[in-house]
Write a protein that binds this ligand. Sequence first.
Ligand code: NDP
Length: 259
Amino acid sequence: MGRGAIKMQLQDRVALVTGGGRGIGASTAAILAAHGAAVAVTDLDLEPAEETAEAIRSAGGRAIALACDVANKDSVDAVFERTAKEFSRIDILYASAGITRDNLVHKLSEEDWDAVIATHLKGSFLSVQAAQRHMVAQRYGKIVLTSSTSALGNRGQANYATVKAGIQGLTKTLAIELGPFGINVNAVAPGFIETRMTRATAERMGVDFEQMKAAAAQGIPLRRVGQPQDVGHVVAFLCSDEASFVSGQVIYVAGGPKA
Ligand code: NDP
């Protein structure tokens, strides 16, 4: 969790993380577990989800792994039901599942537009809809969605920027609708975070990843790119009762005010 880290009181809490097999989702799942939450780690494929869950269990935490395609309603509903059965409740949703299908607009295929919309926008909607069923009944819940600095506009990411801006609108609307039921809804908006996603972008562009990171760092006020745990710690705070009067906010985790 890091030296001198504040311990959030998540001992009796149950979290479900989408896209928890890799990158920011995997790190956040581990951080929530280190703060005491039982975690259902879900991902498109079971194998990476199981790796994250196994790492949590090896560190003394509680975790199960489940396969879930966030763009598929039956799949989403099933993992929420299974998690509630396993751990009796669902207090926290962190929605991290995501893909990129970058291209300039004149080359962007309909398939790549639809895939990004389905994974991020429909995926966030379906996850939230399933989560709130449990949270409204409990009159308690913490939902954190994942936006991005790309929401402010990014060349070659018309599809991705659109969904990340949409997630901000979704976050604010959900905060209004679900607030009366004791549910906080916020979003994190990461900047450049070192994960498989950004590594794949470098590969696609034919750029050396280390050089890409160094170039990105030059444009970031704190002069470094982010690590998955930079996001995970903010998510844990937003899921804690210490942040119980924070809702409808988008917290940029980008080493500066914007990308
Ligand atoms: P990763 O690719 O490392 O992790 C994303 C995970 O989501 C993967 O395990 C991926 O599975 C999974 N996933 C993809 N599609 C689905 C689906 N339909 N259902 C369930 N899971 C799915 O990416 P990051 O950790 O970097 O990204 C996590 C989130 O953070 C994303 O929403 C991303 O847009 C956002 N973000 C990332 C930034 C960055 O710089 N890295 C910056 C800003 C935002 P598989 O590998 O099989 O595709």
